[in-house]
Write a protein that binds this ligand. Sequence first.
Ligand code: PRP
Ligand code: URA
Length: 206
Amino acid sequence: MLHLLKHPLLTHKLTLLRRKDTETKEFRETLEEIAGLMAYEITRDLPLRDVTIETPLGICTTQELAMDVVLVPILRAGLGMVDGISNLIPTARIGHIGMYRDHITLQPMTYYAKFPDNLSNATVMVLDPMLATGGSSTDAIQVLKNSGAKIIKLVCIVGAPQGVERIMHDHPDVQIFLAGLDERLNDKGYIVPGLGDAGDRLFGTK
Ligand code: PRP
Ligand code: URA
């Protein structure tokens, strides 16, 4: 299922990310802020459990999060979303999956994967700003499923229709969250109008 998040602050900050004149520092800060704003919606259905605690004035029956959260950024660009979300879920554990797209075939190549234990008991959030052909995300999700993950959410900033369709087809059980859904991919597999190469803009490598 696709959740296209709408909020004036998200829209404003996404505009900043898209501007070609936005430099590395501002790009990095804004990406983190957008991820933080999205955290509110992507955690909306996290389960709670009852707890009884003591406040300074007495006993209180209330609730706390019942399930672990694991964040899995797809390297490199997904790293830029980790702090924004983990600031709000400081107990979240963090795995990493390294992938790059072959520039000719656009096929994703996995070069690294390291996850916390007990993925089957956690809500796993895959983080990547760009959902283009969907190849990287679908492979990352499959690697996580092979490692035991059962509840997986895909959190991206900008998506193309092709990428959304690919995930819905390959992983109908995975919720997809986007701040923007763009028109199309160009012949190099870049999202148009998009925001360019997210990894390069985040790390200043071009
Ligand atoms: C980008 C982006 C995604 C992928 C999206 O990474 O961060 O991981 O492309 O494209 P897809 O949906 O067609 O698979 P890239 O391969 O450029 O690697 P990088 O983050 O190391 O620059
Ligand atoms: N990867 C990016 O960084 N940007 C795109 O538009 C597509 C893939």
